[in-house]
Structure formats: C-alpha cells, structure tokens
Design a protein. Structure first.
Length: 261
C-alpha cells in the first residue's frame, strides 16, 4: 500500500471522529443505553479531611415509568439513618424541575425537596440533590477543549456552561469540565465549579462493570476542594442485583416511600 493510500484510509477512519462537535459527543453520551429497570445495593463511604470514615448502606431501585425515570432508595445502616428514604422523578423536559422527596422516619411523612434546596448535600455526602438527577442537555452549552487520555483511554475534554442563571441556581454550578471516553461515550471524570462557596467538585468514575450488555458505573468518587485542598470526599459503590426486570409502577410512588422499609 502506498503512503498516499495509507494516509487516505487513515483519514477515512478517523474523519467522523474529528468532525464531531461537542454537542454531537454529549448527545451520544445521553443516548447510551441503560436498563429499563435496575435494583442495586449501594455503599456510601464518607471521609473528612482528617480521614474519619462513615459508611452507609442503601437499597436502591430505579425504573422508567410512563416515560419518566423514577428512583427509590432506603438507607439500611447505620442505625441513626435506617429507614430514611428518597424518591425522585427525573423528567427529560428541561422546562420542568425534577421532583424529589425525603422521608425521615421520625416524622413518618415525606418532605418535598424545594428547588432552592437542591444544591445542598445529599445525606451528608459530596453529592448534592441536583447531582442525583441527570443533566438536561439543552440547559448547557458545550465546547470541545481538547483530546486527552485518562488511564490510557482516549477522551474528549468538554467544557459545559449553563445557558442561564436559572440553571446555575438549580445546580449550583457555573462551569463544568467533563472527560468523555472515545470508545464508549461515557463520562469518566468531571470538574465542577460552584457559584457561591468557591469550592470545586472533582468526580471520578473508577470502575465500569459490564452487566447483561450494559456498561454501568459501579464505583464513583466525588471530592470537594477549596483553595486546592480536599475538604471532604465520598465514595459510592454500586452492587447491581438485577436489570430489566418486571416491576410494579406502584413501587415508585410517594405512597410507597411513606410506607418505609
């Protein structure tokens, strides 16, 4: 094969990748297949700046009900959080806020999470209530900054900027940078800048697991930093028990949340 022909073949192979815009890439990320239903045991490990550790066990399940992704969680351990529940309706419509409720066993009644509270910490972790929801593509503008590699895997580095102040107030973020794997179109790393506290959140997906044809993030760490120093970090581990199972839509309702464990 001549040099000219080899060059032409190479360009034909990589041409579609080079032609992709940041919007194209993020659309592909959003189109990744996920199970229609999923049940998992979760472990949340909280670590402060001194290395003190708290471990929480969670039972979780999620499913798509009438076109809306619904999630239900109950905290199992330790005793001081046992029975605490969380229900979320994650809407695809960018103009509609996701619905979230928290059940505290001492109250026996679920409390709706107000939009103004969604930037707050989810159960003392480095994940906010807003982080529990999927981001709507239309609420951000994207710029492809460069190509790079993470742990030997080629990635695109993409900057995300909120389209307006409403998105900033809803998420707490003024800017994010995400690292997207070029082989699977999965976000493997993220850097998010908070508006009010001056803090930075560093997200890293350290493990993907193949389960029944799906590539699922099963180990994710979120680190909060201020002035370059780690303030707190959270490690979330997911042990998937089942996917694509038949479910009762009534298992993802406010009534089910208030029934408790």
């Amino acid at each position: 094969m001549t040099l000219r022909l080899r060059t032409l073949c190479t360009l034909l192979l990589i041409g579609p990748t080079l032609a992709m815009t940041a919007d194209d890439i993020m659309t592909r990320v959003d189109q990744n297949e996920t199970p229609t239903s999923q049940r998992a045991d979760m472990t949340m490990i909280l670590l402060d700046s001194r290395g003190n550790q708290r471990v929480r066990s969670i039972q979780s399940q999620r499913a798509e009900v009438d076109g809306v992704e619904r999630s239900l969680m109950f905290f199992i351990e330790p005793a001081d959080v046992r029975g605490t529940g969380f229900l979320m309706f994650d809407y695809e419509d960018a103009g509609r806020d996701d619905d979230q409720w928290m059940l505290l066993p001492s109250l026996g009644k679920a409390k709706r999470i107000a939009s103004s509270d969604k930037t707050g910490s989810f159960m003392g972790s480095d994940f906010s209530y807003a982080d529990m929801s999927q981001r709507n593509l239309s609420e951000w503008t994207y710029t492809l900054l460069k190509e790079d590699s993470v742990n030997g895997v080629d990635v695109w580095v993409i900057e995300s900027i909120p389209v307006n102040q409403d998105v900033i107030e809803k998420t707490g973020y003024v800017r994010s940078i995400v690292y997207v794997r070029q082989d699977t179109y999965q976000v493997t790393r993220g850097i998010s800048y908070l508006e009010k506290s001056g803090e930075v959140k560093l997200m890293n997906v350290s493990e993907f697991t193949e389960i029944d044809g799906y590539s699922l993030a099963t180990e994710t760490q979120m680190v909060t930093q201020k002035n370059g120093k780690t303030v707190h970090r959270t490690l979330m581990k997911l042990d998937v028990q089942a996917v694509d199972f038949e479910f009762d839509p009534d298992d993802f309702t406010l009534n089910r949340l208030e029934q408790g464990l």
